[in-house]
Design a binder for this molecule. Structure first.
Ligand SMILES: C[S@@+](CC[C@H](N)C(=O)[O-])C[C@H]1O[C@@H](n2cnc3c(N)ncnc32)[C@H](O)[C@@H]1O
Length: 229
């Protein structure tokens, strides 16, 4: 499903406002010891999360319900009805906010590691209490400095600070940590960036063996029922 107007995506409620690279570069540092090798970005948008992860050496599978022209991204995949992809070890995304809890539940049923960039008020609401009680986040990384504003696809205007506070919500079934709250300053992260963090834990072996082409083949063969029209 290729839709040309990016305004249209936002207006249609797809929440097509894309993450600033600073958020992803920060994640690479604060979660350097935990990010698994093979990651699925299931609401990839124009690749704001996909690209920095790939540049840092991760194998990233990208899909989205809509098409923003991101090379290698499988468009037309509604994550909420998509089947699992063998070899995927973690989900990293900034989901559409109104579907964020459903994305979290779905991801937690599929993988051991989930990182979602969300407004900090995701912590509130009685509706989400059940999710937090059933699945306690391991770590919540609050952006102490407001992130640059999220913009629509193709935005070339000025970059102003957001008026909203964001955090990385991390669920990690391998970790004994529960509800650890910490802070990061993306400006310090960006200035101290030394390139890709070290990786290569034993749990990455299956994904590495499958290779990016193998994984892509699997996502392209998702059942038609998982593909939105
Ligand atoms: C807030 S944007 C974030 C995009 C990207 N993750 C980023 O960080 O820049 C939300 C994205 O979710 C996609 N989306 C909305 N509903 C979806 C669904 N049910 N399944 C998959 N993607 C969806 C939109 O098309 C949009 O690209």
């Amino acid at each position: 499903m290729r839709i040309q107007s990016s305004h249209h995506h936002a207006d249609r409620g797809l929440d097509a406002y894309f993450s600033p690279p600073e958020a992803v570069l920060s994640l690479l540092q604060i979660e350097a010891q935990h990010l698994p090798k093979c990651i699925w970005e299931p609401a990839a948008g124009d690749g704001a999360i996909v690209r920095p992860l790939q540049e840092a050496g991760f194998t990233v599978i990208a899909s989205d319900i809509a098409d923003y022209g991101l090379a290698g991204c499988r468009a037309g995949v509604d994550y909420l009805t998509a089947g699992p992809i063998p070899g995927v070890q973690g989900i990293v995304t900034n989901p559409p906010y109104k579907l964020a809890a459903r994305f979290a539940e779905k991801a937690l049923g599929q993988t051991f590691y989930v990182a979602l960039l969300l407004r900090t008020n995701f912590l509130e609401s009685t509706a989400r209490l059940k999710l937090f009680r059933q699945h306690e986040p391991a770590r919540i990384w609050i952006s102490s400095r407001r992130l640059p504003m999220m913009h629509r696809h193709g935005w070339a205007g000025p970059r102003a600070p957001s008026n909203t506070c964001f955090a990385w919500f991390i669920w990690d079934k391998r970790s004994s940590e529960k509800r650890v709250i910490d802070w990061f300053d993306w400006k310090l992260m960006a200035s101290s960036s030394k390139g890709p963090p070290p990786r290569g834990d034993r749990q990455t072996a299956r994904c590495v063996e499958a290779g990016p082409e193998g994984i892509r083949a699997r996502i392209l063969s998702l059942p038609a029922s998982t593909v939105a029209s």
